[in-house]
Design a protein around this ligand. Structure first.
Ligand code: ZN
Length: 383
């Protein structure tokens, strides 16, 4: 995805396929060579363009893999600070003010326990710590928010809510369904379905539903603890508040993590909970958390997966469908059009983008832009 461009959509620069993740980092070499060839700049339509890598957006296992460092379940697994985790049936990271890692300390391998070996990414002109922000979709939505809901519904008796309260919260969630605007991809679902909630549903609960459904239902201490988490995330996701109150969000998150340990047990301060204290630093460098989240990439991955329609030769299928077009005739209308195959839904329906300008439409057409949820669907036949 290009950062300083009005067209902010992911696009493919390389695909890997295998029965497991790659056994070494060789698959990164083509990418690194490409970066070297364009970072000096190139001419495009009479202008000199330069390319600079801003950030690598990945989940924690992928970040650890490409950096060749310990994973988040390892004792030196925090990518942002130097602390050796405490083993309490699982690795925990209780410190909230440990020394921060730097690019220099990464290159010098000051913390030997953190590294598994070399990574070819050090050949690039990037900060090996700062260019790898923590992703809030996995850390916050699928991480801490999901963990809290599981503690409240299925956790230890000491902090678990009674079945009647869980039912009341679910009733409130379901009562919100008719009032949820179209901008939200999904309507709230009851807590009994929490195992099937998507990341966007945890985000909706954390940022929008929470004030209505939890008020008066959580014990006071747990509610106040949750407010620290929810309010600080509001700040870090807000374009104006995040510039003025980033340090305040940092204080709230440190307070949240420490209080969380007292409430739910120190063994619950795992990688995701601890990682919250590092989010404000990423926001200071990159802007709001949405600018460095996996949400757009996960959505795009869904489009790529739908291009694979049979088990054999998946890469070939994706490449062919990303670059192939179909001529379609619209049912009941006189129009005939050539559209990217990725806009087709089976053989008799297709998406059509809502763009008002010819330039924007052509860009979507020529780049085979994956369809969005707000695109209209039309009946058609492929000629
Ligand atoms: Zn840390």
């Amino acid at each position: 995805m290009i950062d300083n461009c009005s067209f902010k959509e992911p696009f493919v620069i390389g695909l890997f396929y295998g029965t497991a993740k790659p056994c070494n980092h060789e698959f990164l070499l083509d990418f690194i060579n490409d970066v070297h060839s364009i970072e000096e700049g190139f001419a495009y339509e009479g202008k000199q363009m330069t390319v600079k890598i801003s950030a690598f957006i990945c989940d924690a296992p992928a970040r650890a893999f490409i950096k060749n460092v310990k994973g988040h379940a390892g004792c030196s697994g925090c990518e942002k600070c130097i602390q050796h985790g405490v083993w309490l049936d699982k690795i925990t990271f209780p410190e909230t003010n440990a020394s921060l890692r730097t690019h220099a300390s990464f290159i010098a391998k000051d913390d030997e326990d953190h590294h598994l070996g070399e990574t070819p990414l050090t050949d690039l002109s990037i900060g090996m710590v700062s260019a790898f922000p923590l992703d809030y979709m996995h850390l916050v939505c699928l991480g801490v928010m999901r963990r809290l809901l599981k503690i409240w519904t299925k956790g230890p008796l000491r902090t678990r809510l009674g079945p009647r309260v869980v039912k009341e919260i679910s009733n409130r969630l379901e009562a919100l369904r008719p009032s949820v605007p179209l901008e939200f991809a999904r309507k709230p679902r009851p807590l009994r379905e929490v195992d099937r909630w998507k990341a966007s549903e945890f985000r909706q609960f954390l940022l929008y539903s929470r004030p209505l459904v939890l008020l008066g239902k959580l014990p006071d201490e747990q509610y106040k603890n949750f407010l620290l988490f929810s309010v600080s995330l509001h700040i870090l996701l807000h374009p104006i508040l995040s510039t003025s109150y980033c340090d305040y969000a940092q204080e709230l998150l440190v307070l949240f993590v420490n209080h969380y340990g007292q409430l739910y047990g120190r063994d619950m301060i795992t990688y995701n909970v601890h990682g919250l204290v590092h989010l404000p630093n990423d926001v200071k460098k990159f802007g709001v958390l949405d600018s460095i989240s996996c949400f757009p990439f996960e959505n795009y991955l869904g489009h790529l997966k739908r291009m694979v329609r049979k088990p054999s030769s998946p890469l070939q299928q994706v490449i062919r469908r990303m670059t192939s077009y179909a001529v379609v005739v619209f049912t009941g209308e006189e129009g005939v059009a050539m559209i990217p195959e990725v806009w087709c839904v089976g053989d008799n329906r297709c998406y059509w983008p809502p763009f008002k300008t010819v330039q924007r439409f052509e860009r979507a057409l020529l780049s085979c832009e994956p369809p969005k949820e707000n695109w209209a669907l039309y009946d058609m036949q492929i000629l």
